[in-house]
Design a protein around this ligand. Structure first.
Ligand code: NSS
Length: 429
């Protein structure tokens, strides 16, 4: 048995091969069925001629609709008109499972494709995106492994808000209320005292009510935390990690990237260092572009788009005003209105893909900020303990996997970067 990709080769011409997969499209004309077959590796045209296969096989080939699963045996021949330049002239056409009236045809509404997601994930777009995502992840894991990070498994059911308490999902936890994790950060912080450098890949949950092309209610969060790390070095980790992810995707998935209209060369060119732009400077740049912003304005999708749409390489925005960010960030001694933090923005208008910071080590400062936000101190008792017993300078960040996939695959909407998107409007299928 060959994969479709293996069959599409000059070396196979004249040979009898077997391939199996699903019918991608089919038409018959006179005594010939042209069935294009797909498998994970690609698509290939097969021609099934009356008389060249058994009577039954020919009938089956005529009956087998889109998405029927089949095994085809035949001779490989060159054919310039066929996709990929080769075709298989069938001598056997064996159906495993007929498919009749597959509900997805060429032009379908977004809503229908979401209702039929369990079938739409077979599409070539979804297949390419899934492979690119896996190669990005492999690049990340390799980088962490090469740099001696320990992969850890933090909890998903938690008792505190790691980010905005307004976006918490509640779960009934026996006779109490608990929450679905928004970030593994606090747990990762607790693990650096023994493991030094840690990372995790977990689902994170945000009850975001707004429908935007860059928010999911459930996304995959790649987070790291390291002892003895200052914010500048935290940014260096991000640059290197992301470069490793991108270059691995270029190495493993050039065809999938090209299929998604992403020229692999644009990713190959991305190398550290990425530009660091101060929040203050970001405000001035935006004002020059005519946006109505001033000190204290948050950077939303519109502002991030304006900053990044003419760029090809990611950029950091650093040192945000304290009021825009959570209580756990380290005060910036050079400008105490701000934190030692960074957001990494993807180019071409895509915007934030990573949020990171050095962490506050002064419990008094953190208590003050928690009180100001009206949070219950009791819930954070264990977290504050971490600063009491051998506190060290440390930093970390969280990368939204679907955000980076959306950028790399040039998607219009984040929902297409995950097989089963969870949004405010949808938990089906
Ligand atoms: O809220 S973050 O900016 N930061 C944190 O959660 C930190 N506690 C991470 C850490 O330091 N360990 O989220 C981090 C990233 C953000 O940059 C986005 O890329 C992504 O997580 N993110 C999302 N992706 C998809 N959908 C939603 N709703 C979403 N929210 C954040």
């Amino acid at each position: 048995m060959l994969s479709v990709k293996q069959a599409l080769s000059k070396d196979q011409v004249g040979k009898i091969v077997q391939v199996r997969g699903w019918i991608y499209r089919t038409r018959s004309s006179g005594g010939i069925v042209f069935a294009v077959l797909r498998d994970v590796s690609g698509i290939i045209q097969t021609t099934v001629k009356k008389g060249a296969v058994s009577e039954k096989d020919f009938d089956d080939a005529q009956k087998a609709g889109i998405e029927s699963s089949v095994m085809i045996e035949g001779e490989v021949a060159e054919d310039k008109r066929a996709p990929g330049g080769y075709e298989i002239r069938a001598t056997k056409f064996q159906v495993y499972g007929f498919s009749d009236g597959f509900p997805i045809t060429e032009y379908q509404s977004t809503e229908l494709l979401l209702d039929l997601r369990h079938l739409w994930i077979r599409s070539r777009e979804q297949t390419a995106v899934a492979k690119v995502k896996a190669s990005l992840l492999r690049g990340a894991r390799e980088w962490f492994h090469d740099n001696e990070y320990v992969e850890v498994t933090p909890p998903i059911i938690t008792g505190v808000a790691a980010e905005e308490s307004t976006t918490l999902f509640q779960v009934k936890y026996f006779d109490r209320i608990a929450y679905l994790s928004q970030s593994a950060q606090f747990y990762l912080e607790s693990l650096i005292y023994s493991l030094d450098k840690v990372y995790s890949l977990t689902p994170s949950f945000r009850a975001e009510k707004s429908r935007t092309p860059r928010h999911l209610a459930e996304y995959w969060h790649l987070e790291m935390e390291a002892a003895w790390l200052e914010n500048e070095d935290n940014m260096k980790v991000q640059e290197q990690l992301i470069t490793s992810m991108l270059h691995n995707a270029v190495k493993e998935c050039p065809e999938e990237l090209t299929f998604m209209k992403r020229d692999p060369a644009t990713l190959k060119k991305i190398e550290p260092p990425f530009e660091r732009m101060n929040y203050q400077e970001a405000m001035e740049t935006l004002q020059k572009k005519g946006l109505d912003v001033s000190w204290g304005s948050d950077l939303g999708a519109i502002e991030e788009r304006a900053l990044t749409q003419d760029r090809l390489v990611p950029m950091f925005v650093v040192n945000y005003p304290k009021e825009l960010k959570p209580f756990y960030m380290k005060e910036n001694p050079e400008d105490t209105r701000t934190y030692k933090n960074s957001d990494l923005l993807a180019p071409e208008g895509y915007g934030e893909i990573v949020g990171g910071s050095e962490r506050e080590t002064d419990n008094e400062l953190m208590l003050e900020r928690l009180r100001d936000k009206g949070e219950s101190i009791e819930n954070y008792k264990w977290y504050l303990d971490l600063r009491k017993y051998g506190s060290v300078p440390h930093s970390g960040f969280g990368l939204g996997l679907e955000r980076i996939v959306t950028w790399v695959c040039k998607l219009d909407h984040i929902r297409d970067s995950i097989p089963y998107p969870r949004t405010v409007a949808r938990v089906y299928p």
